[in-house]
Every structure is written in C-alpha cells, then in structure tokens.
Design a protein around this ligand. Structure first.
Ligand SMILES: O=C(O)CCC(=O)C(=O)O
Length: 274
C-alpha cells in the first residue's frame, strides 16, 4: 500500500512539497544522530563543515536511510519509475549559528535534462522555525527555473549561495520532529534561516531520487541504484559503503564529489570546497 495518501500526492503536485511524513521513530533518529556525531569525531577529515556532500557513500547508516522503504515508497508516488539517488547533503546548523540557505530552486545547477525527481529531507534533530527549518514557497515550482544570482556569503551554506528573487512573505516553515521528512520538487523555491536555539539542527537531504527517463544534460553523475533495477549507462553507478569511511568508500565518494563539484560550479566565478 502506498505510504502517501492521494491527498498528500495532490498536495505535492499543487504546492510542490509534502510534509511531515514519518520515516523513523524519534528514538531511531536520535540514535542515527548519535552515530553521526561519533563518526564526525572518529573521522574529522572526512566529515566537517566543508565536507558534507555524499556522506551516504562512506556512512552505511545513511546509505540504509537513503534506501529506507518508506522513503522509496513515497518517492515512487511522486516520480515516474525512480531508479537511483543522485547525491546527498548533510545540512547542519550548529546551536546559535548564523548559517542559512538562500532562496533557490534545486535543479538550477544540477545538469540533468528533466525535472522528474524529488528531494527527501529527513530530520535527525528537531527542525523548527526557531532552529532554522526549511521554508517552502508553495506553488513556486509551477513556473520553471527562474534566474539565479550567485551571492556566496560566508554564512550561506549553499554551494554558490545562489539566490532567486521572489516574494517569500508567504513561505511556509516546514517544522519536523526527528525521524520525519519533507519531500520537495526540484523547481520549488525554498531556503532556511539561522538556528536560534541551543541545539544542533541536522537534516540529511537525499537530492534527488531520479526517474528512469532522466539523463545527464552536462557533466558526469554518480548515482546509487535504489532497488537493483538497471540504471541508464549514461550515469556512473556507485555502491553503498561496506563500512565506515573505508578506503574504498572514500575513493567512491571522492570521485562522486569531484564530478558533482564540476557540475554545480559550471560557469561559476568562484568554487568553494563543497
Ligand atoms: O537544510 C536546509 O536548511 C536547506 C535544505 C535545502 O536547500 C535542500 O534540501 O534543498
């Protein structure tokens, strides 16, 4: 039975997002966050503020989350024949940090030929208005990709600090408890504000699950197959990690991140480390 109700699917089509969806129990999410913190301490060179892309390729517990059946079932209701996961990003805002994410549309720089994809953002700690949850501009996915300006900015944790100028007064704060997720369309304008609480705000964005008909528009894309079915050979398929930050996993992640950086920073004046 599909996890998303017809109402939720209709909400996604209409608004460009749907939330909250329960994926893990609060205890499971808290245990995952603890495992993440342990890994951050054990592997500081692999996991730090400028190294948060594609951690599911070196952390088996995040690969397991990426392939969680509830997430895959939801994705299957929103994407035509999903076959693979493109990337992941750990979006972490430390307590009281000014880190924010400028208003943007995900697929602007993703280098794919189609928007048949969806991002799943899973909260590992409370993501609230006070802690700088993701805010979505409902319905903004309907008019295609708008012009973006690269702003960078030291507190902006988005790669190019890309920014789109839209009226965000009606943006909806997507509050999530640990273990809940939101799903958003690649054309949806969204962003997030600083964390004004004394707790870490941690979310992992699986960005994005892509349909079987999607093809690279430019660059090389490394994808994790999600259910064993074939992925088009125009993509480079990568394995889930066989242990925590193993040499093999590190090599796979490094290649995926290098390719991702080439795609995301195509035509940019400045390339950041992430
Ligand atoms: O986590 C955030 O604050 C922003 C997330 C985001 O931009 C995304 O998932 O596409």
């Amino acid at each position: 039975m599909p996890v998303l109700t017809d109402y939720q699917v209709a909400h996604y089509r209409d608004h460009g997002w749907v939330a909250p969806v329960d994926v893990l129990t609060a205890d499971e999410a808290t245990a995952l966050h603890r495992a993440l913190v342990d890994a951050e301490h054990a592997f500081p060179d692999d996991l730090h503020a400028a190294s948060r892309n594609n951690t599911h390729l070196v952390l088996p517990f995040l690969a397991d989350l990426a392939l969680h059946q509830v997430i895959l079932d939801c994705v299957g209701s929103l994407v035509d024949d999903p076959r693979s996961l493109l990337n992941s990003v750990l979006f972490i805002k430390e307590p009281g940090s000014n880190a924010y994410v400028s208003w943007h549309q995900d697929s602007t720089y993703m280098g794919l030929d189609s928007s048949d994809m969806v991002t799943a953002w899973v909260a590992l700690t409370p993501s609230t208005s006070a802690s700088g949850c993701v805010a979505m501009v409902s319905g903004s996915h309907r008019d295609g990709i708008r012009p973006h300006v690269d702003m960078y900015g030291t507190e902006n944790i988005l790669t190019r600090g890309q920014h789109v100028d839209v009226d965000v007064t009606a943006a909806v704060d997507i509050e999530l408890q640990p273990g809940q997720m939101s799903l958003h369309h690649p054309h949806l304008v969204h962003g997030s504000r600083p964390n004004r609480t004394d707790r870490r705000r941690v979310g992992v964005a699986f960005q994005s699950y892509i349909g079987a008909a999607v093809r690279p528009g430019r660059g090389e894309h490394h994808v994790l197959p999600i259910d064993g079915r074939p992925v088009d050979p125009s993509f480079v398929t990568v394995p889930a990690p066989d242990g925590l930050c193993t040499p093999g996993g590190r090599a796979v992640r490094a290649a995926a991140n290098a390719a991702l950086s080439d795609v995301l920073y195509d035509g940019a004046d400045l390339r950041r480390d992430y």
